[in-house]
Ligand binder design. Sequence first.
Ligand SMILES: Cc1cc2nc3c(=O)[nH]c(=O)nc-3n(C[C@H](O)[C@H](O)[C@H](O)COP(=O)(O)OP(=O)(O)OC[C@H]3O[C@@H](n4cnc5c(N)ncnc54)[C@H](O)[C@@H]3O)c2cc1C
Length: 395
Amino acid sequence: MSTDSTTVVIIIGGGLGGLALAQLLLQNSSSIKVLVFERDKDENSREQGYCIGLDSMGLDVLTQIRVLDNLLRDESDAVYTLSFFRLVNKYLQKIIDFNAKDNKLVDREDLRQALLTNIDVQWNKRFISYKIDDDGVEAYFEDGTSVRGTILIGCDGTKSIVRTQLIPEFQRNDLRIINIGGTAEQNASLKKIQELTKQSLVRVFGKQGHTLLILPYRQSWIWALSWPEKETHEETNITSLTIIEKARQYFNNDEIIRLIESSSPSTCIGPYRLYSAACLRQNPFPNNSRVTLLGDAAHPMTTHAGKGANTAFADAFDLANLILNPSSSTLSEYEQKMFKRGFTAVQMSLFSTNMIHSIGWRASFRNCIFFIMRYTRVLINLISIPFRFYKKKPD
Ligand SMILES: Cc1cc2nc3c(=O)[nH]c(=O)nc-3n(C[C@H](O)[C@H](O)[C@H](O)COP(=O)(O)OP(=O)(O)OC[C@H]3O[C@@H](n4cnc5c(N)ncnc54)[C@H](O)[C@@H]3O)c2cc1C
């Protein structure tokens, strides 16, 4: 691949990954032409969700995107710093805390809006296929139009059409887990929830693999309830009442029931089923010099390790570097790196999903491990007290 005044990068999908790639290319080169095609009718035609957890991998990339400077500065009200990931039982008693100091929550809508700055997205353009020839690639759209470019990047998310053509045998697995999310105004009378969610993301383990995530955001609590499916396509019969009934049956905790009851049905996202790529050991990307993938299109994963967007940003960074400095590496080197990072994240996410939804002896085993971890920490802290005291003493 050569970069000269004629390099045209076609980006399919104006989601977080595609827009991050477009920004990184445009801010670092005036000679590359970047065309972004998005199936949505306009930027407001689809709910983007509430907020997104960024780890150091994602933040390292986003802090290099100039149009995000304002959004990511410490005083910005779109960004919220976390202190802990907290695991609790259905009585809202702490099981164990993990440090989350390097993580931030960012308003998803604000992030997407900022990433759209100066990008001339072509809306209402549903990609259907591509064709490669000797000197380029042609992208075809549902409206009968087509466009020609040097390279085409599939950033079209978890059900990627680009991937279907590039790697027809690639499959997503249905994990038979149902997820629904909502928001409720923060309420001082839910004392335990208020205390636990102070700068923390809280995962509550209920019965029979039911689990609830609660996080504070601005004046609200955002929650996501998920569980292993019992009947086929259970998600088609879920109402607000079913969710409240689930809170009663599987958590049986007054504060949790009131949290769910106080959520407005209009703020609910889902219910939807969870899918994931299998944990591939071999790189499935065909080393095609004209077409590649990025983000969820390349490595669809569950949300439970908070890695999807973060890996998409890291992919965007590596791919932008390759397109901007083509002599330093090849597309296959990008794909190898992206494969390793992406499928490590797929594996972590699947592990996390299975662990939090486990039932029976697996759930007991999980709880035992957390118990041991918690008390090992206490023991280490106790043992280290005299050493700390000794260190602090002046000479
Ligand atoms: C509830 C929830 C919470 C999450 N929380 C986190 C989190 O805390 N941390 C984290 O890192 N990740 C999180 N994720 C995952 C994260 O949202 C995704 O991994 C990330 O958005 C992937 O970015 P992407 O650009 O690859 O895909 P997307 O953001 O899905 O963008 C794909 C875009 O392509 C467009 N498109 C699709 N098909 C076509 C087509 N045929 N033609 C043209 N355009 C098309 C879509 O409309 C969309 O705009 C969460 C996901 C969910 C659902």
